[in-house]
Design a binder for this molecule. Structure first.
Ligand code: SIN
Length: 293
């Protein structure tokens, strides 16, 4: 039996400039009292950043973010990260349009994942804006990596603390992944595409909070370093299933004008592939992160 997780959101902090309302026991909070499409003063932004670090994913409702406003808001967190595989449209190469059309049977992000962990320095986070949201379906779920780590036994924690894992984009991009056939969102499948591979600790320490978090995900983590895929599968499978236990998650129901900002260093997320007959359009920027340690 695994150890009980310790509470994550310790003492509630006071916020003077925004309101912060948790949406689940594990992670996630809705922020109100700020229009993020306009320039945000430093004191207000520092509360938004604190709410992000404390709640791991924050949400805003009723926002109107054009491309310039989305870019400006993302840049408040960190310089923007340019996605190596997802094809972008138009004048804004930093913005990925996550588009789902009726008839698509596959979508971007339909497995539990942290973004782009094939990179040596994966993004620290992302801002996702709901531009066209279906009347129902298409929720996004998030999972708290701190809680997943803290719930493990001391023996498992000790073993994982000595392990690293190989992260690759081999199953999510490139011609061999064959991702483009069943979905509108296209990734690179050209012959110039090359696999990106990085090794990361299985347990990383968050560079800002100092907390330990489980750092494996289904889309990118192939195996543990020094082991075969087959040798890795039982433990990796356990960790992936454990990380998405319902009590570590929250579920966000989108409205047009909703915004989610997640901390990619200590969360996983998944897009529910249940939009069926509707279309869904999200605009996303990612922010640069550092090398996991
Ligand atoms: C993603 O994985 O970044 C996309 C999430 C979503 O479309 O809900």
């Amino acid at each position: 039996m695994s150890a009980m997780p310790s509470p994550v959101l310790s003492q509630p902090h006071a916020y003077d400039r925004i309101s912060v309302a948790p949406i689940a026991g594990a992670l996630g909070a809705e922020i109100s009292g700020v229009d993020i499409s306009r320039p945000i003063d430093d004191a207000t932004f520092s509360e938004i950043r604190r709410a992000w670090l404390e709640n791991l994913v924050i949400f805003f409702r009723g926002q109107t973010l054009d491309d310039d406003a989305l870019i400006a808001f993302g840049r408040r967190f960190a310089p923007l990260f340019r996605h190596p595989n997802l094809l972008t449209e138009g004048r804004y190469p930093d913005i990925v349009r996550i588009r789902r059309m009726p008839g698509d049977t596959q979508i971007v992000g339909e497995d539990w994942h942290a973004d782009t962990t094939c990179m040596a320095e994966p993004p620290c986070g992302a801002v996702l804006y709901g531009a066209e949201v279906p009347p129902y379906g298409g929720d996004t779920l998030f999972a708290n990596g701190y809680r997943a780590y803290e719930a493990l036994s001391e023996g498992m924690k000790a073993m994982l603390s000595r392990m690293t894992a190989v992260h690759s984009d081999i199953t999510v991009a490139g011609p061999q992944a064959a991702r483009n056939r069943h979905r509108t969102n296209k990734v690179r499948e050209d012959s110039q595409w090359r696999e990106t591979v990085s090794e990361h600790p299985v347990v990383r320490t968050h560079p800002e909070t100092g907390r330990k978090t489980l750092f494996v995900n289904k889309s990118y983590t192939q195996r543990f370093s020094g082991m075969t895929d087959e040798e890795s599968a039982p433990l990796l499978g356990f960790l992936l299933q454990h990380a998405a236990r319902p009590e570590f998650t929250c579920r966000f129901r989108w409205e047009t004008g909703s915004v989610a900002v997640w901390d990619n260093r200590c969360t996983l997320h998944i897009a529910a592939n249940d939009v069926w007959k509707f279309q869904r359009l999200m605009h996303r920027v990612q922010m640069c992160g550092d090398r996991p340690v």
